[in-house]
Design a protein. Structure first.
Length: 354
């Protein structure tokens, strides 16, 4: 797109946004901390899902100092069900660093902000442009899709390393006078007009600049690399009863579902039945001998890179003393106390049966 066209593209997009933007709670504030929280949540979660989580989160942690001094378990509990828990752990770490090293103020310097845990290119550009009007172009999935159609760009949006290509184009389009509004407008356009399927081109404010519309190729852009087959993991899980209490274990702080509590268990080997795997895993993982009482549930849950099948068993404690091999903590709790702990969503699918 030539400079003259870009100079017309920017105000057309901004005017449309100002007249059509969705009323979202994080758009009613200029508080950098609130904007930061919203962008972290929005990075991998749909807007309608984020809204109640965001509202609850800022009620529980109304400022960065409150978040910094809160227990990690409380932060994970507030995040429970939204997934990608590394976001919550990193936000908590970053808040502690801001309070201890930066006097509790979110830095308005992009490079300094970029050094904080969990602050990658997207979060840096989004927060710094929206909160501080720094001239940084945001590139997320919505923006990639808009760019791909505007320019009929063949770069696959899901190809590792493709971000740089889209970033260069986004930088050239950015309105340096209104980077906050422009970035939000680009993301909004992708979210409600330039949708993945059946884009509403008739309502697009920048349709005359769009090569895909001109050539009737909107359904062939953006390009994507075909996804690989997602592996499926089959596990056996035990709800172990002992004197009116049940056993839960805590996952390591880092990695998938880091810091969450769960019911113990593990992978089923090829030569095993789910019930024998359950008994073996409990012996290996927490050093207890158990007896299976009944099969409670068969649960399916999908993660980004794999699918999970769980056979869940109600079990009775027989003997042994807990010795952890994998988990980092354990607790015998009353069945009605599960709400006090953050659990993976897969566990929630059978907890009503306990």
């Amino acid at each position: 797109m030539k400079s003259a066209a870009i100079n017309k593209f920017r105000p057309a997009l901004i005017n449309w946004y100002n007249n059509n933007l969705r009323k979202l709670p994080w758009r009613d504030t200029d508080n950098p901390y609130y904007i930061w929280v919203s962008e972290v949540m929005l990075q991998q979660t749909q807007v309608n899902t984020v809204i109640p989580y965001y509202q609850r989160f800022i009620t529980l942690f109304p400022d960065i100092k409150t978040l910094a001094k809160s227990r990690r378990q409380s932060v994970l509990k507030a995040w429970e069900g939204m997934g990608y828990y590394a976001r919550a752990r990193n936000l908590h770490k970053a808040a502690q660093q801001v309070v201890s090293e930066l006097n509790g103020s979110v830095p308005d310097d992009p490079e300094q902000f970029h050094t904080l845990p969990g602050v990658g290119d997207y979060i840096m550009a989004a927060v710094q442009s929206i909160a501080f009007k720094q001239p940084l172009a945001v590139v997320d999935g919505n923006v990639k899709r808009v760019i791909a159609r505007l320019f009929e760009d063949d770069t696959p949006v899901n190809k590792p390393g493709s971000h740089k290509s889209f970033q260069i184009i986004a930088d050239s389009l950015l309105d340096h006078k209104y980077p906050d509004i422009f970035n939000q407008a680009m993301m909004e356009l992708g979210a409600i007009i330039c949708k993945i399927k059946n884009p509403d081109c008739r309502y697009c404010p920048v349709i005359k600049f769009c090569s895909s519309y001109k050539h009737k190729t909107t359904n062939t852009f953006p390009k994507r690399i075909k996804s690989q087959i997602v592996p499926e993991i089959h596990t056996a899980v035990a709800v172990i009863h002992k004197k009116g209490r049940i056993l839960i274990t805590k996952r390591k702080q880092d990695g998938l579902l880091g810091g969450l509590w769960e019911f113990p268990g593990g992978k089923i080997e090829k030569s095993e039945t789910p019930d024998t795997a359950c008994i073996r895993e409990i012996r290996e993982e927490i050093n207890l001998d158990i007896e299976i009482i009944s099969h409670m549930a068969h649960v399916k849950h999908a993660y980004t890179h794999f699918k999970l099948k769980m056979d869940v068993y109600k079990c009775r404690y027989l003997s042994g003393r807990v010795r952890l091999n994998g988990p980092v903590d354990f607790c015998w709790i009353k069945p009605n106390e599960t709400d006090l702990y953050p659990f993976p969503k897969a566990n929630h699918k059978f907890m009503h049966l306990i």
